[in-house]
Design a protein around this ligand. Structure first.
Ligand code: AMP
Ligand code: FES
Ligand code: ZN
Length: 310
């Protein structure tokens, strides 16, 4: 039987990529120490700052809110109900149960209240890819809600970031590479963004959530089926099986080299949206444009129905 590397008691968690066997207690302690180390290394936040933690109801973001609170940071959760049928119902339920159990304030907003319909219907109506509409709306709402906060934290983990990096490299998306970093300083009226789980694997965050008794939604968003990121994750897992530590090497090596891409980043002038004041490259930001397009389409439909009824 394997023994815990730290205390010598029977090990229960085996971190193959780090060749490390730990008992429950030492895994939890080690996990929390590594999160703290990441926060300090990238100067993500200090204990006086107010952190808005974006929680989807999944393991990573709920574990993040839990661990930051446990480490003594000033945290508030933020959940967006995306209006994606059963998936959103279940996600909201997990978030509300978590809030009740942990006693942490969580702000909840609803896409249907904002646009009169959920993400799926918006994407169908505007004939635009669901995930890109969803990303635009989430980014905007994170920044808007983060008004009086210092930092926005998301639960992106090592597997997410390595898969994103793989996609960015395969397509040589230089501008995306320049912006892929665990901390993005605030710019104009966009808040500082941090990813404290950037070096924690999906296996580790799931194990931590399980050991800390966090109940989360296991299902993926129905629109994620067939997503490239899932395919890249599968490939990276196969490489990792053969060559331990590949994911962490790939990502941390990139962070050290990232300066090469930053200098090539296009410096686009941002100006305030004429409708809402959000910083954007054109006159009207993408969020307000989505609203406008929905209103135009709805207006068009009313007209058509009116004419058909004549
Ligand atoms: P995803 O893009 O779904 O992998 O999510 C990445 C991160 O974005 C999560 O770890 C959360 O921090 C945040 N996030 C995703 N969906 C939501 C949501 N509906 N409400 C609030 N935060 C979210
Ligand atoms: Fe945004 Fe699935 S979570 S489309
Ligand atoms: Zn706007």
């Amino acid at each position: 039987m394997k023994k815990c590397r730290i205390c010598g008691k029977p090990a229960e968690v085996f971190l193959i990529s780090r060749n490390l066997a730990l008992c429950r207690r030492d895994f939890v302690e080690n996990f929390e120490k590594r999160v703290e180390k990441t926060i300090n290394k990238f100067r993500m936040a200090d204990r006086g700052e107010k952190i808005l933690v974006a929680v989807s109801g999944g393991k990573d973001s709920l574990a993040l809110l839990h661990v930051l609170k446990k480490l003594g940071y000033r945290v508030t959760g933020y959940h967006i109900n995306l209006g994606i049928g059963q998936y959103s119902h279940e996600s909201l339920k997990k978030v509300l149960d978590f809030q009740k159990k942990e006693g942490i304030e969580i702000i909840i907003e609803n896409v249907k209240e904002e646009f009169g319909m959920g993400i799926g219907e918006i994407s169908k109506l505007l004939r635009q890819p669901t995930c890109s509409i969803c990303g635009t709306i989430k980014r905007y709402m994170f920044n808007r809600t983060a008004g009086s906060f210092d930092v926005i934290a998301t639960g992106h983990n090592l597997d997410d970031e390595a898969a994103t990096l793989m996609g960015n490299v395969l397509n040589w998306q230089i501008e995306y590479l320049a912006r892929q970093y665990p901390v993005l300083e605030s710019k104009n009226n966009l808040k500082k963004k941090i990813k404290p789980f950037v070096f924690m694997s999906e296996y580790e965050t799931a194990t931590y959530a399980f050991l800390e008794d966090i109940d989360y939604i296991v299902e993926e968003c129905p629109y994620a089926t067939g997503a490239k990121s899932i395919f890249y994750k599968g490939i990276l897992n196969r490489v990792e099986d053969r060559m331990r530590g590949t994911k962490i090497h790939f990502l941390s090596g990139f962070f050290k080299q990232r300066g090469r891409f930053v200098s090539q980043e296009k410096r686009t002038e941002l100006k305030p949206c004429i409708k809402c004041g959000y910083m954007t490259t054109s006159n009207i930001c993408q969020f307000c444009r989505i609203k406008e397009k929905i209103n135009n389409k709805k207006g068009g439909n009313h007209e058509r129905n009116f004419l058909q009824n004549q």
